[in-house]
Design a protein around this ligand. Structure first.
Ligand SMILES: Nc1ncnc2c1ncn2[C@@H]1O[C@H](COP(=O)(O)OP(=O)(O)OP(=O)(O)O)[C@@H](O)[C@H]1O
Ligand SMILES: [Mg+2]
Length: 414
């Protein structure tokens, strides 16, 4: 019993702290490696291989020290356990021999003690090993369990019902105040907007003014601190996240693709789509021409996150993916920013056709692309400072939109 107690104490107080630290360093070194490898093109572009190597070797030196430390403590603990059983054996056998010498024990007693010793010895060794194994496994599981226990930032309310599209995707933003968890000041303070179903709205404004953030709030990737966002009269915080996001197709600012075939990537929002529908969506997005030129066509694997495609190609695949979902609300966040003027106008034509039946939000820096939309919202530091059609906003002397358009047309003339 004393041996079991000592083993457990050693495992918990001596080995576990160092094993925990060594596991943390395993994670750190993994993260550092992943970071350097995924940014490998940046490393090359800046000729920073040596710097990265030094950075990694410093980390791996620290990691190896922690690992060695944990290994030494594990070995010390095993040695201590072995010494303990050795001493115990010597004492017990010595005692048996002493009693025999004194005439208080017969040869049978000595033989009995010896065989018992060997038996118990084996059990104790197993016990010691089991204790350290359990300790190691628990240490290794700790990070995983901690991850598992994290509560999601956004959760479905108990009894949340699916979102029902009854009016075709009307969006209402009521008095919304929002800041990111890591921010001190809110981006939006009491923002209110009303976007009727079927309207086509542009969000324009300086970089960092909160356009992408609005699209994230609509998908409820974050919860607002005050106010509410409604789709077809239902507060989005009260409906299930899955049903909400199914009703919104998004072409993100930086499209990310799976390392799967082009067909799988395009059909991601509607996996049951037939090949004909996939090709139709690709044609709409002006992507079919480049896809058909590839030797494996729609079966081409696109590489991790889509690295084997050009920026514009990736965007067109993302547009095709959004077209295929048939969601009533579509958001284009700088969706045509990497396209040449010709592809852009083709894609815009397709967008126009698709927009006819949906509520559409278009974030754009190039203002010529939003001229024909029903309404333009101009963002400035998280506030909508102007709201109207192109011609209405252009007629405002000294208006922000007019100023931006003039700046851009000056640039184009140059
Ligand atoms: N995940 C985040 N955590 C903390 N702050 C963020 C996060 N994402 C964006 N921000 C900050 O919120 C502000 C608004 O960002 P947002 O992405 O909405 O800008 P944007 O209008 O889309 O700009 P751009 O035209 O450059 O895409 C920025 O100041 C940005 O630094
Ligand atoms: Mg943005």
């Amino acid at each position: 019993m004393l041996f079991a107690f000592v083993s457990v104490q050693l495992a918990l107080r001596y080995v576990a702290p160092s094993a925990r630290l060594s596991n943390q360093w395993d994670t750190k070194i993994g993260a550092a490696l992943a970071d350097s490898i995924t940014c490998n093109s940046v490393v090359k572009a800046f000729g920073a291989e040596h710097r990265e190597e030094r950075h990694l070797s410093r980390l791996s030196f620290l990691w190896s020290r922690r690992t060695l430390w944990s290994w030494v403590r594990g070995t010390n603990s095993a040695n201590l356990q072995a010494s303990y059983t050795l001493i115990m054996r010597v004492v017990m056998i010595g005692l048996a021999v002493f009693l025999w010498w004194e005439g208080e024990a017969g040869p049978g007693d000595v033989a009995y003690v010896l065989t018992m010793m060997f038996l118990i010895q084996g059990y104790l060794r197993d016990l010691g090993q089991q204790v350290s194994q359990v300790q190691r496994s628990v240490n290794e599981m700790e990070e995983l369990v901690a991850l598992f226990r994290l509560t999601p930032g956004v959760e479905d309310k108990p009894g949340a019902h699916p979102l029902r599209i009854t009016q075709g995707g009307a969006i209402t933003v009521q008095n919304v105040t929002f800041r990111y968890p890591s921010q001190k000041d809110p981006i939006y303070r009491g923002l209110s907007l009303d976007i009727p179903a079927g309207s086509r709205v542009a969000l324009v404004g300086a970089s960092g003014s909160g356009k992408t953030t609005l699209t994230r709030l609509l998908q409820r990737l974050y919860d607002v601190q005050e106010g509410a966002i409604l789709i077809d009269g239902q507060v989005i915080a009260d409906v299930t996240q899955e049903s909400l996001r199914k009703q919104i197709a998004l072409v993100p600012q930086e499209p990310i693709l799976f390392h799967r075939s082009l067909a799988d990537n395009i059909a991601y929002g509607r996996p049951t789509a037939s090949r004909a529908e996939i090709i139709e969506a690709a044609t709409f997005a002006n992507a079919s021409a480049f896809i058909e030129r590839l030797p494996e066509g729609y079966e081409t694997m696109v590489g991790e996150r889509g690295v084997k495609l050009s920026g514009g190609e990736r965007q067109r695949v993302a547009i095709a993916r959004a077209f295929l979902t048939q969601a009533p609300i579509i958001i284009f966040d700088e969706a045509t920013a990497s396209l040449d003027s010709e592809s852009e106008s083709l894609v815009q034509e397709a967008m126009k056709r698709l927009m006819a039946t949906r509520t559409v939000l278009v974030v754009a820096h190039r203002l010529s692309t939003v001229r024909e939309l029903d309404r333009i919202l101009v963002f400035q530091k998280g506030d909508v400072v102007e709201d109207g059609t192109h011609s209405q906003l252009m007629s405002q002397q000294g208006g922000m939109y007019r100023h931006l358009v003039e700046l851009q047309s000056l640039e184009e003339e140059k």
